[in-house]
Structures are given as structure tokens and as C-alpha cells.
Design a protein around this ligand. Sequence first.
Ligand code: PLP
Length: 383
Amino acid sequence: MTFIYLDNNATTRPASEVVEAVALYLREHWGNPSSAHSLGRVPEAALVRARSQVSALLGCEPAELVFSSGATEAITHVFKGVFEAFPAKRHFIVSAIEHSAVQAQVAWLRRQGAEVSILPVDALGMVKLDVLEPMLRSDTALVSVMLANNETGVIQPIADIARIAKAAGALVHTDAVQAVGKLPIDLKPLGVDLATISGHKFHGPKGVGALFIRRGLRLKPLILGGHQERDRRGGTENLPGIVGMGVAAELAQAHLADMPRIASLRDRLEDGLRQSVSNIVIHGFGAPRVPNTSFVSFPGLEGEALLLKLDGQGICVSTGSACTTGQKEPSHVLWAMGVPLDVARGTLRLSLSRESLDAEIDRALAVIPDVAQELARIPPMGR
Ligand code: PLP
């Protein structure tokens, strides 16, 4: 069966150029970039090139990037690093809709005795800016708000957040994982001190990511060991992964031009669903959103049941954040937006990519309404 992949916020297919580059650095240029002999030279140059490719995509300096094993590691580095660097500041602010990688850090901070305030969102899933200013304190170390939400795709006003937080003397981190490759990103004017990204969300390899640390800000390494990454992350670099992410970054920049086409496919999908399923709710509709994401509720139905039926028809979707699939609790993002439980339970995330085709949207529009009607006919106990 050929699959229609509408789960690109969970992961994306690595681009063929990425696969080739990864294979080349596994097969031929397998030397250690830190080696002083000849076999280290090509890998060392590749590391430099990848750093400049990723920095070009993000609008920062190459030296401001630390490669990591992914966004979860980079996010952990942000929180543990800031906590250690500023012992007199024991207050943190994060939004209510952050990924579990950030939520885990909130739990860790609280175990250390730090105070964490949760910045609420409105019904569209946008953080409430007016609440931020009164929340800030002289001992606020960090404000962390994601650039685009992984479930709704709603883009957060990071430049405004950074301006307000910095005026109060706090540092600002943005989890930019779901924005990379979907929006142009220019970290300098955005005004953040720290940002985190992940290779596999923009057609790069899994298990590789990067942390942006603004020039002048010093955080202790999270992973101690060798002197790699200018003493900011110990351990031999995952060179094939980093090279692959560099290639993916260059492709992502070039393919930003495809985003209007993706937005129109997503809009056609939403329009079509609205026409054929009477009571659907599209979360974040009307707010600025990344072009590829649609978070749709089918009130009264179970997201899990919809997902399984669609999988049977060769359509891959998600019920929310991939990391919470299997967990029965409805999305914390919808909860924060005030969406009623019976609506939240029946939610699917449909996320497109630059590989998505018109014909795939046609097929999704032919199948999803039928599946929803079929499930709606089954009495709730039998679904
Ligand atoms: N932050 C967001 C918004 C994400 O969507 C994800 C992945 O699902 C992560 C962080 C974690 O990224 P990684 O898989 O690189 O650890």
C-alpha cells in the first residue's frame, strides 16, 4: 500500500540529498573531525560547512551554534545551563503550550526549588502578552516560549515577548523546532538569547539538532567530556548527522518558496473538511499559523479511533503531539486553550510538507469524512 503521509510535525522524510551526504560520511569520510592527521581534515571541513549552512538558515553566526543530539538535549542544556549560570535568579516563565521536552524541565526546576510561572494562551492558542509583563520579576532568569506550536501550528509573538522580557532583565529561549523550514527565521531581529532546533523536522536525520547561544552568553556544557563544540558540548560529533542536517538546512532555505503552495493545500484540506463534516472545529484558525499544520476536532468521536481507521486506509496522521500518542489524556495545548473535553478527545493533527501532493489531499478529502461518518454511526460504547 502506498501511504499518504500527513504527520510531518512528528518527523519528515530525509531528503535524498541528505541520505547521500549521510552515507558518504559513514562510508568514506568516517575520520574524527578532531584528528590532527589527514583523515580528520575532510570531516573537520564538513563540520565547518554544516555550521555555516545551519547558521544561514537561522540568521545567526556559525560560532553561536552548538550541535546536539536533537532538540530535547538542546532544551535540557538551556534550562540546566541558565539555572547554573544565574544562581541568584530562581524564577522561570514558560508558556502553557510547550512541548514535553520543556515541560520536563519545568518539573526539574520545581524539584530544585525554583518557581515556574505558566504563561497562559487565549482561545486561538496565542500566548497572552498582557500577562507577561506583570509576571516578570527581578529574579526571573528565563522566559521560554515556542516559536510555533507543534499541535496547532500557531506562531507565537516571540519578538514582542523578547522585547518585554529583556526590558525586565530576563533571558529568552524559543523552541524553534516546528518553525524551521516552514517560516523564514532571523534570530537576530527576533531578539532571543537561546533557540533550539531539530534536524528531523526539516527533512534531515534524526538524533541531531542545534542550540543557538547568543554571542557573549556563556552556559556550562550539559555533556562534559572532550573539548568539542568549543568546550560547549563534549563527545565526538555525530558527523554524518550534522552533515545531513547542514544539507537539509540549505534545502529548507531554498524550499521556503514552496510554502505558499503548502498553505493552499492545507487550506483546501480544511475547506473540504468543513464542507463535508458538519461540526468540525479547526483550532487556531484565524491566528497566524505555520503553513503546513491543521489541528481538527471531530466532536463526539475519539481521535485514536479515527487515527486507526485512517491508518487502515493508508493515511498517516496523529492525534496530537507524537510524544503523547498512546497516552489517553487529551492534548494539554487544547486544555490550555479552553477546548471542552468532548471536542478535544476527537482531534487529529494533519501536517503536510513540501512533498505533499494535490492528489494526496484529494484522497484525504475522500476518505476522512467517510471514516468520521462511519465512526459516528457506531454507538459510543462500541467504537
Ligand atoms: N520541541 C518541539 C516543538 C517538538 O515538536 C519536538 C519533537 O517532537 C521536540 C521539541 C523534540 O525534538 P527532538 O525529537 O529533536 O528531541
